[in-house]
Write a new protein. Structure first.
Length: 375
């Protein structure tokens, strides 16, 4: 969808919205004021979109995709979506299960023979209950910061058996990026294709997501795409937005740049809306697979895993809203980028936020909560 059609669609939808939606109220003026306040406080640049039954009922852009060039955001603007990528990795596994090439109950070492932790199942990686070593606390310090590290280096480190499990798989929940990197490597082994090719052929292309890719790098400088928004961080000392990789505190962007599966997808707001539609249609991700992904994880003791005050399925945080019913959501953060996709299937409501600005305490940036206040 080009920019002129996008603008016309928004004008029509905002005018006619109250005539066809009786399920909930929306005050677009209040929403714009909320976004403007965050922008003024250097807490948001980018695109925010709300869709109801496949129709866009609200959309707003603030800031620039490239501050130096004063480039405007539009539907073709690409963003690094960081951990929002995890749902695609998760559904990649579920597609292989649909094809009877694996089961989520299988042990990881069946497919990655050198993987040392014999009690970890695929589902443990998908639900963050594997007990894998803490990457930041134990493995980070041993990485060679003069090279680009990624999935291969991580697996070799795990295979060294230097880093023990933190706990028995399935007994506790702790967010684990390297679990999803392991899943990406497992997808490659089982499918016989590299991760980028598999995701494009099995998910992105069938969904019509022509501007989405699963990269092998999370370093902006290694992704040669003119449509990718430049990522910024706000420097409180100079009171300016600076390019994220120019900040000394973000030097890890280079030496952690080769990881994929946990946060390497690049996408647009239009493509993420297409993805949401594909999930509703159930053709690519079968209903039983979608249900599995959206079911809260149970620990070995049968208690539901506590995921930062919510529940977790396979690549999705899950909770209930008094006003909107079931909520399926995930956010992503990488130096220079912040993203969030929220689905409320009981109301056919979808909220997508893509920003080219690092947003501290991004969990507080919550459009759904603003909508709840309006009901």
């Amino acid at each position: 969808m080009g920019k002129p059609n996008f603008i016309l669609a928004c004008i029509f939808i905002l005018i006619s919205f109250h005539t066809y939606c009786q399920e909930f109220k929306i005050d677009t003026t209040q929403l714009s004021q909320y976004l403007n306040r965050n922008h003024t406080n250097n807490q948001f640049d980018g695109i925010a979109l709300i869709a109801y039954k496949d129709s866009i009922i609200y959309s707003k852009t603030i800031g620039y995709s490239n501050n130096k060039m004063k480039s405007q955001f539009d539907y073709s603007t690409k963003f690094q979506i960081a951990s929002l990528s995890k749902q695609f990795t998760s559904f990649g596994i579920l597609i292989l299960e649909q094809e009877n090439k694996l089961k989520t109950e299988d042990y990881v070492y069946h497919y990655l023979p050198k993987f040392p932790f014999k009690k970890i199942k695929i589902k443990h990686l998908m639900s963050h209950t594997s007990g894998l070593p803490s990457f930041v606390d134990s493995m980070w310090q041993d990485l060679d910061t003069t090279i680009v590290n990624g999935n291969k280096e991580m697996l070799l480190m795990l295979e060294s058996k230097k880093y023990p499990l933190q706990w028995s798989p399935g007994s506790k929940w702790e967010y684990s990026d390297i679990g999803y990197c392991t899943l990406a490597s497992l997808i490659e082994k089982v499918s016989g294709r590299n991760f980028k090719e598999f995701m494009n052929q099995s998910i992105f292309k069938p969904s019509g997501m022509t501007n989405t890719s699963a990269e092998f790098s999370t370093d902006y400088r290694a992704i040669k795409d003119l449509d990718l928004a430049m990522g910024y961080v706000y420097d409180s000392i100079s009171k300016k937005k600076i390019v994220a990789y120019d900040s000394p505190q973000n030097n890890f962007i280079y030496w952690l740049g080769g990881f994929y599966g946990d946060g390497s997808v690049v996408s647009t707001i239009e493509d993420l809306l297409k993805w949401d539609k594909a999930l509703y249609e159930g053709k690519i991700i079968h209903p039983e697979s979608l249900k599995k992904a959206m079911t809260p994880t149970k620990l070995n003791n049968e208690n539901l895993a506590d995921a930062w005050g919510t529940f977790y399925g396979f690549g999705w945080f899950l909770y209930d809203s008094e006003k909107f019913g079931r909520v399926q959501t995930h956010s992503g953060g990488h130096p220079g980028y912040s993203s969030k996709l929220t689905r409320c299937p009981d109301k056919n409501l979808t909220i997508i936020i893509l920003s080219n600005l690092s947003l501290p305490e991004f969990w507080k940036f919550n459009i759904l909560k603003e909508l709840e206040k309006q009901q």
